[in-house]
Write a protein that binds this ligand. Structure first.
Ligand code: ADP
Length: 235
């Protein structure tokens, strides 16, 4: 049984969040998204000429995305360099960004997206996607919508939003974790993964809770971008 959350949050409550854009002057677009003790920084370079040339697509652009969990982001020190987990997360983030960015509007071009996790306390792929989509918008890429992402899941019998690492590890055999990414204005899910066990009915509740959380994140993302463009038009 998990009746009260370790950090006293309600079961459908997100951790405290911060979002800002335009944090890396040399990048075309950049953003930082922090949720609890998880923080992602994203930088976007391009659109530019495709290198190596043979991966160029004549009728659309391509996104090359790298997720990097920095060694000092976790208590045990993560191994530097890309491991299998980093490669998998880079791929699912790319798949989701491919749905958000209108690639057809940038033929023969390439966009590089770099994501750095400076602190990890679960939910890093979702924080990465949120930061990366804000950075793409900050870079002025043509987009169908922002991506808002958060994990929901189950601990004991309780359906929970935005699990911490402590919560993920708490339940015997592990909690159930379901990262969800949404194009909010289209109500389109662009990433859905499941780590653990849930019934069909529970999964529906988990997805509903995740979507509601994503809508809150969406508001924060929009506010961060508005702040940036208002400041820019003033200067
Ligand atoms: P996500 O970060 O998207 O939830 P995982 O479920 O793979 O992805 O990881 C859950 C959490 O486990 C991470 O956010 C991080 O807190 C922790 N973690 C992942 N990899 C490592 C690692 N190599 N060393 C220490 N902690 C890690």
């Amino acid at each position: 049984m998990y009746e009260e959350r370790f950090d006293k949050r309600k079961f459908d409550e997100l951790r405290p969040m911060e979002a800002e854009t335009g944090i890396i002057p040399n990048a075309k677009g950049s953003a930082r998204f922090k949720i609890g003790n998880t923080e992602a920084i994203a930088a976007v370079y391009g659109p530019e000429e495709v290198k190596p040339r043979h991966i160029e697509k004549v009728n659309k652009g391509i996104i090359v995305c790298k997720y990097d969990m920095l060694p000092f982001s976790v208590p045990d020190r993560a191994r530097p360099g890309m491991d299998r987990r980093d490669i998998e997360i880079s791929q699912v983030i790319t798949n989701a960004l491919n749905r958000a960015v209108i690639l057809e509007e940038m033929p023969r071009a390439m966009v590089n997206v770099r994501i750095y996790i400076t602190q990890a306390d679960a939910g890093t792929r979702c924080a990465s996607l949120t930061a990366a989509s804000m950075a793409c918008a900050d870079a002025g890429l043509p987009m169908r919508d922002l991506v808002a992402a958060v994990a929901a899941g189950k601990i004991g019998d309780s359906i929970c939003l935005d699990l911490t690492k402590e919560e993920e590890d708490f339940h015997e055999g592990g909690a159930t974790d379901v990262p969800i990414a949404l194009l909010p204005s289209k109500n389109e899910i662009v990433l859905l993964q499941l780590d653990g066990k849930v019934t069909r009915e529970e999964l529906k509740k988990v997805i509903e809770m995740g979507k509601k959380g994503a809508m809150e994140i969406y508001e924060l993302e929009k506010a961060a971008l508005k702040r940036r463009f208002l400041n820019e038009s003033k200067s």
